[in-house]
Ligand binder design. Structure first.
Ligand code: NAD
Length: 349
């Protein structure tokens, strides 16, 4: 069992990863700044667990990160910390640089200096795993899939900042020999996702009987990945990935947005029908598209399957059903967010 330094472990994917890592017997030092997206309620089940050490702080704080590395001596760093919402990056691109670019650079420098001080097995086994997105590859037409060899062509301020961080990770491997791994995944969904993102937003609005906003013509395609599958893939790459390599992670679940929204509506008609007897689908409202909205993302995850034997356990149908049920069973978790700074408003218009 290992000690891991996980950054952004109070966010959506990071917290799911922390919960899995603790369940697997690892010790997690969880460094999170607790921005609007960080939520300690997600980690409530770990209260009193001495294998979860939560530290509020910034990945760009070199003194803090250096101290944590020296005192906790992790076997790996898994970097989830980021500003992660495309629509927010349209409203305020400058906010994405300090964490996604400069913060990642600071973390890499600390990791390099720490790793240089390790010896023997500690040194050879150390890994820096950087979690990134398929959005760095730009947009696809009707055909084709992103592979690890697809050239970078980021289109939003968010994806440009993530692309920049990926390049820094690559450079730290090539220049300093830092044993890095990078994963580029498709859109995640599942428990504990902040309700600004499509799937939890639609579930919340449908439950409230409010209009369900669908951007543009609703035909933008994403390859949906259940978050627990994603976390399993990251664990697999951490264990067996080849140093310096990148691995694409996808859910084999391409769906356009309107299909995703209609699927959620159909499940809610079954498990939480509207009092009026109307179908949830009648709430769908097409709204002005996101500026620069990428048309289609789709992942070829063959490398991960062939090298490390990973495939997703969930289909879209099983994952979305589990997700809708989770939001029905955890209304107080969502309410805790909606009582704060975000009330399901449109961002990035
Ligand atoms: P999230 O927005 O839910 O969580 C991000 C977390 O990082 C929050 O807890 C926040 O407090 C923390 N954080 C932000 N800035 C920080 C800083 N400077 N120092 C320390 N902590 C900081 O994001 P998510 O959806 O869980 O995404 C996690 C990672 O996965 C991100 O790097 C994102 O780019 C990537 N990713 C996400 C998706 C997706 O569909 N959600 C898809 C592909 C890649």
């Amino acid at each position: 069992m290992k000690t891991l330094l996980v950054t952004g472990g109070a966010g959506f994917i990071g917290a799911n990863f922390v919960l899995q890592a603790i369940a697997a017997g690892h010790t997690v030092v969880n460094l999170d700044k607790l921005t609007y997206a960080g939520n300690l309620r997600t980690l409530a089940s770990l209260e009193g667990n001495d294998r979860h050490i939560f530290v509020q702080g910034d990945i760009g704080d070199r003194a803090l990160v250096g101290k944590l590395l020296a005192s906790r001596r992790p076997a790996a760093i898994v970097n989830f910390a980021a500003e992660s919402h495309v629509d927010r990056s349209i409203d305020g691109p400058a906010e994405f640089i300090p964490t996604n670019v400069v913060g990642t650079l600071g973390l890499l420098e600390c990791a390099r200096d720490y790793w240089r001080g390790l010896a023997g097995h500690e040194s050879s086994a150390f890994r820096f795993l950087h979690v990134s997105t398929d959005e760095v590859y730009g947009s696809l037409g009707n055909d084709g899939l992103f592979t690890e060899a697809t050239p970078y062509a980021p289109n939003s301020p968010y994806s440009a900042s993530k692309a920049s961080s990926d390049h820094l990770v690559r450079a730290f491997h090539h220049t300093y020999g830092l044993p890095t791994l990078t994963t580029n995944c498709s859109n995640n969904y599942g428990p504990f996702q902040f309700p600004e993102k499509l799937i939890p937003l639609v579930i919340q609005k449908a439950l409230a009987g409010e209009p369900l906003p669908v951007y543009g013509d609703g035909l933008n395609v994403r390859d949906w990945l259940f978050v627990e599958d994603h976390c399993g893939a990251i664990a697999r790459v951490l264990e067996g990935g080849r140093v310096g390599e990148t691995y694409n992670v996808g859910g084999n679940s391409e769906r356009n947005n309107i299909t995703v929204v209609k699927t959620i509506c159909a499940i809610l008609d079954e498990v939480s029908p509207m009092a009026s007897g109307a179908k949830h689908e009648t709430l769908i409202t097409f709204v002005r598209d996101r500026p620069g909205h990428d048309r289609r993302y789709a992942i070829d995850a063959t490398k991960l399957k062939d090298e490390l034997g990973w495939t997703p356990a969930h289909t879209f149908d099983s994952g979305i059903r589990a997700t809708v049920q989770w939001y029905l069973d955890n209304k107080s978790w969502v309410q805790g967010i909606l009582d704060g700074s975000y009330q399901l408003e449109r961002l990035g218009a």
